[in-house]
Design a protein around this ligand. Structure first.
Ligand SMILES: [Zn+2]
Ligand SMILES: [Zn+2]
Length: 147
């Protein structure tokens, strides 16, 4: 099984016209997907998501953006076992980071380029945002409400 996967990766031509990025986790092509004018890259194989710069945070605040996270979280967990990945833009080793608000969510970060989440992680990341916002409203903390 592993040998087959290696062969497929070697034989796959990298075509920038079709795929803007290679998935840092499984090396397959990623497809650009758009939500409300924010374009991210989604892996055609493991369905991991690549966010440039702060796209993840931009999308977090947009309604229905969890629809971008079409992968089965079970697939995400399967791929989560390979923790050392390189930035698809600069090929530097990415840093595994636990979300400041949601410690159970881990994603890979390149401080110069963006972040990678496994399938299912963005939906989780997004969900908590709504709960946080709701709690903040209940507490009356105006600092979290956009001006
Ligand atoms: Zn992938
Ligand atoms: Zn980078």
């Amino acid at each position: 099984m592993l040998c087959n996967t290696d062969m497929e990766i070697r034989n796959m031509e990298y075509t920038p016209e079709q795929h803007s990025l290679k998935c840092p986790k499984c090396q397959r092509g990623m497809n650009e997907v758009d939500h409300e004018g924010v374009t991210i890259d989604r892996c055609s194989n493991c369905h991991g998501l690549w966010f440039d710069a702060d796209e993840a945070h931009q999308l977090k605040s947009l309604p229905e953006s969890q629809a971008l996270d079409t992968g089965d979280p079970k697939d995400g967990w399967k791929w989560d076992t390979r923790v050392e990945i390189d930035c698809p833009r600069c090929s530097k080793r990415m840093e595994l980071t636990s979300d400041a608000k949601q410690k159970h969510i881990w994603y890979e970060v390149c401080h110069d380029h963006g972040m990678f989440m496994d399938a299912g992680e963005f939906a989780d990341f997004k969900e908590e945002n709504l709960l946080d916002w709701f709690r903040a409203v209940i507490k009356g903390d105006r600092s979290t409400v956009a001006p």
